[in-house]
Write a protein that binds this ligand. Sequence first.
Ligand code: ZN
Length: 272
Amino acid sequence: MYFFDPHIHIAARTTDDLAAMARAGCVAVGEPAFWMGYDRRSVGSFYDYFRQLTEWEPKRAADYGIRHYAWLGINAKEAENVSFAREVIAVLPEFLDRPDALGIGEVGLHKCTKNEVTTLLGLIELAMQRGEQLLFHTPHLEDKYKGTRMILDLLRADRRVDHSRVCVDHCEEHTIRHVLDEGYWAGITLYPTTKATPERAADLVEIYGQERVLVNSSADWGPSDPLAVPAFIQVMRRRGHGESQIRRLVYENPLRFFNQSCRFTFHAPEHS
Ligand SMILES: [Zn+2]
């Protein structure tokens, strides 16, 4: 079955991973800008990373028949220094104008501090001025519920935000209902340890349905699995879900969500 991995950090993966993903049916990926494992010390460092996401990674993926799209932004872990974040936000428009840029992401909260919120508001403002889609990272484990609620409160307070053009990612059992109830897209991340396993993701889909739900691997440089979406497909098949239902989750939904980006183009493979 053809599928999208709508959230994966290809820059942290090898060509072996790309080959395995392509063999498993991956036709497109979304790569959000994120933390590299260390804090960057200059805006130039972000600039080069954004070039990597919009120039080099699309070429690497294309060699395996995978379309690569990027989200640009400043991640929550590096959002604490507000004046530095402002410098980074100032270079974003140049990259958002590039043909395969989907919008602003992944942005959000990490420790839910006042400074993180200030930076996030600057990013939301840029998205509103430019009519960009938004992809939100929600914090890990114990901070997840609080951070998700804070993000939803910030978005609710801004009447310009079109909820159907926002994805709130890394949803789990205690947050997904809030996200879906307010009309956002909900991302479920399939991680071997934290976040959701393929089995837990299947449970969530059985409880909350498929409408506005995306599943992704968020595979990066840590313990994670670039073949997590195919693993989810297998779990869904084992539970007796039909092919069209599974296809909707892993192919049609991400296509629908990405399609709302003004620059998005995609040529479906034959017999997709
Ligand atoms: Zn991520």
